[in-house]
Write a protein that binds this ligand. Structure first.
Ligand code: TXA
Ligand code: MG
Length: 323
């Protein structure tokens, strides 16, 4: 079983070297923990898919530290440049067309014409990326379809046998994955996955309306973003959303005031959506463990569908979807 290592200089240097050798290293970002590998190394990128049990048609996000790298790997039109200038570094991934002669493994794009790029803000992500000195492909560090990790311990539980190193950075501050925004030439800007970056802020910045693609399939039934398969983020026990009154066989994930006698955790007693996002995955992990032991299922309180609540509801509806 892999060790969890403190994010000190020596360990980060080792982690950087390990990535350059083609190993898998899990590390914190401000959203969730990522499972990183050298994005220019086909074999290393393939090992991400193997460790996660991820379908090979689901492309990966490549993590970078500079705009120079972004422009080397992808084609940025004015809209993409504006978004990058406003929201990077931060919890946003941009889907852009791969550049001609893009040095990234084609496997990060699942063989397609586009690539997802993200410049994270978390100081430990940035130090790791600098130590690696290569672009780092990193999906969330959980087995495919499972609950995303916001603590190093979650990574160890889910993937501990299959990875080389876990760098510990404590709990992730945003708590839900990056907003995924597609900015492909001659196409409207689309939000493929909601995150903490508000769609209204994106529309105001670009001066156009932006479509939120809710389903995994476009009108012609082609997968737009294969990671948006309906069942995802799923606990092992069943989960129901939008429950105002849990029944006695349900452990409750509350939001705001909670007067029920059920075993419960509260996303935010003060009904603060940012706090709820921070707590979401850790509480789902804990309730899943509790319910497996006690033979119950999970009920989740209604969450207001605004700001980061849109991202929370997106994850919860996928967690509730039939597998
Ligand atoms: O916050 C995050 O984004 C985290 C941290 C580690 O950066 N990463 C993450 O990766 O959530 P992952 O693989 O769990 O989710 C990436 C999403 C998937 O839905 C995938 O299908 C989509 O981004 N995606 C990646 N590349 C794409 C592409 N070229 N076109 C369309 N969708 C893409
Ligand atoms: Mg994921």
């Amino acid at each position: 079983m892999v060790e969890i290592l403190r994010a000190n200089q020596q360990n980060l240097k080792e982690a950087g070297k390990a990535i350059r050798r083609g190993e898998l290293v899990a590390f914190p970002t401000e959203t969730v923990y990522g499972l990183g590998a050298d994005a220019t190394n086909d074999a290393a990128v393939k090992s991400i898919y193997a460790a996660k049990g991820r379908p090979s048609n689901n492309p990966l996000i490549v993590h970078i530290t500079s705009m120079d790298q972004a422009l080397e790997y992808g084609e940025f039109d004015d809209r993409a440049k504006q978004l990058a200038a406003q929201f990077w570094p931060g919890p946003m991934s941009l889907i852009v067309k791969r550049s001609i002669n893009c040095p990234l493994s084609t496997i990060v794009s699942a063989g397609g014409p586009s690539v997802a790029l993200r410049m994270p803000a978390h100081p430990i992500s940035r130090q790791l990326l600098e130590a690696a000195n290569v672009p780092v492909a990193a999906p969330s560090a959980n087995a495919s379809g499972g609950i995303s990790p916001t603590l190093a311990e979650h990574v160890k539980q889910s993937l501990g046998d299959d990875i080389y190193m876990i760098i510990d950075g404590g709990a992730c501050l945003v708590g839900v994955e990056s907003s995924v925004i597609s900015v492909v030439p001659n196409e409207a800007v689309k939000i493929l996955r909601p995150g903490s970056i508000n769609i209204i802020a994106v529309e105001q910045l670009l001066g156009t309306s932006v479509e939120h693609v809710q389903s995994s399939k476009s009108a012609d039934e082609k997968l737009i973003s294969p990671g948006m398969l309906t069942s995802h983020y799923a606990p092992k026990v069943s989960l129901k959303t939008n429950i105002s009154t849990p029944d006695k066989n349900q452990a409750y994930l509350a939001f705001g005031q909670n007067n029920f006698k059920n075993y419960s955790l509260n996303l935010s007693p003060s009904a603060n959506l940012d706090e709820a996002a921070q707590n979401l995955f850790a509480m789902l992990h804990a309730l899943d463990d509790y319910c497996i032991e006690n033979g119950c299922t999970i009920a989740v309180a209604p969450i207001p569908n605004l700001n980061i609540g849109v991202a929370i509801n997106d994850r919860l509806s996928r967690a509730a979807a039939p597998k």
